[in-house]
Design a protein around this ligand. Structure first.
Ligand code: BGC
Length: 783
């Protein structure tokens, strides 16, 4: 037997075992309540379709595959190529932006009109178009670009996440696009990973809470009837994508069963329950099993256990990857069989529609049951019905889209940027800076819109943001507006350069000397360092430390003796332990989007106040990477005090850390019961007082620690959060309701259990202990 076919037989065995050993869970209420009218329509449409038509609905092709390459000036659809896709292969869905660059509304209308007209004429079914609008209008020119997910996580502001999604939905639908590949719910738990910044940070609870708000914003409240101002969301990338063992994108992960249920699945569970209409699968594999071939994770966990009737789409070419990359299938055809039988409903192919031919053969050969095809096609049709595409397949004439790219949306994006930039250090109250101070702004991130936005901005890698976002203010421009041009000077010091290697930089003695000379003439030096834009595999790193050039720049500037404000503009925490002590102030602005420069200038001048907290743990050493919910034997010295113990993980800044221009006092942390049982809901309250001189907003975080458990408990877990606005001197009482089941964990046998014993809760410096009186095992896979 050839090695490949042996592997595929072995894998099929594993799959059968998984199917065979999985317990049939009791039917839960549908995650999305089914609408009898829609279901009747689904039945009627699907029963009238041929096998080819059903399979065509399951195929998604990229816009590049139907381009007319004879036209140079602009993207045009090649009529014959489109006809082939629709008439021959009956393709039901398209994706991506033409020529990898965002388009204006009229171009989108032209494209979608053409594809839709062809689909309706031939198939009597509208097409389903999808794009990656992951931080607002990535691919719709003139729309609003918000901060990336990591900043939205740092804001700890649920309302902002919902409002961003609402605006993004409206601006996406204005382009006649009904489907966005967002929100991104990977947990950013490994700072080496190149997509760390696309999600809401490392914590499962934050990702779940923000994900739910994003679903509300994208889809509004009724997933069965998504109107013309909203879109279908697509949760991605299901699941555990963010922790590749090597740190490199799309490489294997090794997640335990308990971690998967408790942490990686948590945001998907919450958002599916909130009505999410579709899911995109993680490209990678875990413990040897590619997610695209996993019946357990696709069918069992999502469709059966949650009774969810939404659509599962692959990531880019990932069925093919089962064959060519992962070697679990011996041919493309076998890969298709595996993925479809595992539960994939739509293949993002993205260039090759022979998926349709091969799948038809598989059905005729009895390798893929007709019931699977009917189910998948029904899910595709159901989504189109839920989106109202049969009535309004292109632009909804009843919706007023005149607010596209309006000032009100810009103001929201500015606010989101202000609430997502984290003040990490402010020695001797260097900040806010008084207007009139002479400021040198320098570094490779000082004068770039590309740096502010990161990847998925106008183009996939964000490389053209300076040209396409030229009307927005870089940090330098925003500082000049805020502090006066005469007061703000500029020196580059280090420059990013375009090379095959995305992280190439250039500097020389002259550039360094210019920066040093300029620093001598300034009162304060703001040095903006970090990363150039990237995403996915091109963003892979070999070292997490900030580049040597940039560290040298900071060291040279520090010798001048002027106070330094270090601005970190980065998608992941680059290690800076050697230069941090040289800087009086440090701000991590992450990837704050088009208004991130303005936000920074307003924060630095004190017009706005900092209110963000770290959504990730910032490592100090490359060999000491951890998350805040580490096991007790990995004590860190940031929150708990240093332990004289070999495994000490010393962090630069802890999850949840962040300063402001005011101070807060926490008092009177109380709970409504000192002992509780599994059916109880605990109500906590804590008073928070603004004890400083300026108004501020404080994210209030409630952590719990299970003090003794049969599986080593996490040091602590975030169980609730809220953000409160406080005037100087004002006190507010913040209340949290916590179902006791939230304190359960997954034991060694894969069962959820809440164990009797003590739990310590903490908010600010306040702690209290509550006792669980009874141990209870839960038989359901999701509680
Ligand atoms: C990415 C996805 C994205 C898809 C479609 C893939 O390479 O992993 O996040 O949605 O492309 O653009």
């Amino acid at each position: 037997m050839k090695i490949r076919s042996f592997l595929s037989v072995a894998l099929a065995g594993v799959m059968l075992f998984v199917v065979g050993c999985s317990k049939q869970s009791p039917k839960v209420a549908p995650a999305i309540p089914s609408d009898p009218q829609i279901e009747a329509q689904v039945k009627k449409i699907v029963s009238g379709m041929t096998l080819e038509e059903k399979i065509g609905q399951m195929c998604q092709i990229t816009i590049g595959a139907i381009e007319d390459y004879r036209v140079r000036a602009e993207y045009k659809i090649n009529k014959e190529a489109l006809d082939k896709m629709i008439k021959e292969y009956k393709v039901g869905s398209f994706l991506n932006t033409p020529r990898d660059v965002g388009q204006n509304l009229s171009k989108w209308h032209e494209i979608i009109d053409q594809i839709t007209t062809a689909s309706i004429n031939e198939l009597h079914i509208p097409t389903l178009y999808g794009v990656d609008q992951i931080h607002g209008g990535t691919y719709t020119l003139g729309a609003t670009l918000f901060p990336q997910g990591i900043n939205m996580g740092a804001s700890f502001n649920r309302d902002l996440v919902r409002e961003e999604a609402e605006i993004s939905a409206y601006e996406t639908r204005a382009a006649a696009i009904p489907w966005t590949f967002a929100p991104v719910l990977d947990l950013g738990r490994d700072p080496r990973w190149s997509r760390q910044w696309e999600n809401f940070g490392e914590d499962p609870f934050v990702n779940a809470a923000m994900g739910v708000e994003a679903i509300r914003g994208f889809q509004s409240d009724d997933p069965n009837h998504v109107d013309g101002a909203h879109v279908a969301a697509c949760l991605k990338h299901y699941m555990g994508y963010g922790v590749p063992t090597s740190g490199k994108d799309r490489t294997p992960s090794h997640i335990t069963d308990a971690e998967r249920r408790e942490k990686f699945f948590a945001p998907y569970l919450a958002t599916i329950r909130a009505g999410a209409l579709s899911v995109m699968v993680n490209s990678g594999n875990n413990n040897g099993i590619p997610f695209h071939a996993s019946y357990k994770y696709l069918t069992k966990w999502l469709k059966e256990d949650l009774n969810w009737d939404g659509l599962i789409v692959t990531d880019w070419a990932d069925i093919q990857n089962l064959f060519t990359r992962d070697h679990v299938a011996a041919s493309r055809k076998e890969a298709i069989k595996m993925a479809i039988n595992a539960g994939i409903d739509m293949s993002m192919d993205p260039y090759n529609p022979d998926f349709c031919t091969l799948l038809k053969e598989l059905v005729n050969e009895g390798e893929v049951p007709m019931s699977r095809i009917d189910d998948a096609a029904s899910r595709c049709i159901r989504l189109k019905l839920r989106l109202g595409l049969f009535e309004k397949p292109i632009v909804d004439g009843d919706v007023d889209y005149s607010r596209y790219g309006c000032d009100e949306f810009a103001a929201k994006a500015l606010l989101a940027a202000e609430e997502g930039e984290v003040l990490l250090k402010n020695e001797n109250d260097l900040l806010p800076l008084a207007v009139g101070k002479k400021v040198l702004v320098c570094g490779p991130n000082a004068n770039t819109i590309r740096g502010l936005n990161g990847g998925w901005s106008y183009t996939w890698q964000g490389k053209r943001a300076d040209e396409l976002g030229a009307q927005y203010n870089t940090i330098l421009e925003a500082m000049q507006r805020e502090f006066g041009e005469a007061n703000v000077t500029y020196a580059e010091g280090v420059r990013y350069i375009e090379q095959a290697n995305w992280f190439d930089e250039y500097t020389d003695d002259k550039m360094l000397q210019e920066a040093v000379n300029a620093a001598r003439r300034a009162d304060v030096v703001m040095v903006c360092v970090g990363e150039n834009s990237y995403c996915e595999t091109p963003g892979n790193l070999t070292e997490l430390a900030l580049s040597a050039n940039q560290q040298e720049l900071v060291k040279a500037l520090a010798k001048v003796g002027k106070p330094i404000v270090l601005v970190l503009n980065e998608g992941r925490p680059r290690i800076i332990r050697e230069i941090e002590p040289l800087c009086a102030a440090v701000i991590d602005i992450f990837l704050p989007g088009n208004y991130g420069g303005d936000a920074l200038a307003r924060l630095v001048s004190g017009k706005a106040n900092f209110s963000a907290k770290m959504p990730i743990s910032y490592p100090r050493h490359e060999q000491s990477i951890t998350t805040y919910d580490y096991k007790p034997c990995e004590q860190t010295d940031v929150m708990e005090g240093a332990y004289n113990y070999d495994a000490v993980v010393s962090q630069q800044w802890a999850f949840g850390y962040g300063l402001s221009y005011t101070t807060y006092r926490y008092s009177r942390l109380t709970v409504d019961k000192s002992t509780f049982g599994p059916a109880d809901v605990l109500t906590f309250s804590v008073d928070v007082t603004n004890t400083g001189k300026v108004a501020g907003k404080e994210p209030v975080l409630l952590f719990a620690s299970d003090l003794v458990a049969t599986s080593t408990p996490d040091n602590r877990r975030l169980r609730a959060f809220d953000k409160v606005a406080l005037q100087p001197g004002e006190t507010k009482t913040v209340t949290f309701k916590l179902p006791a089941t939230d304190l359960a964990f997954v034991d060694d046998c894969g069962r959820w259990v809440l164990e009797a014993g003590d739990f310590r809760f903490q908010a600010g410096d306040q702690t209290l202990t509550v006792t669980c009186s009874e141990t209870r095992h839960f038989d359901t896979p999701n509680i």
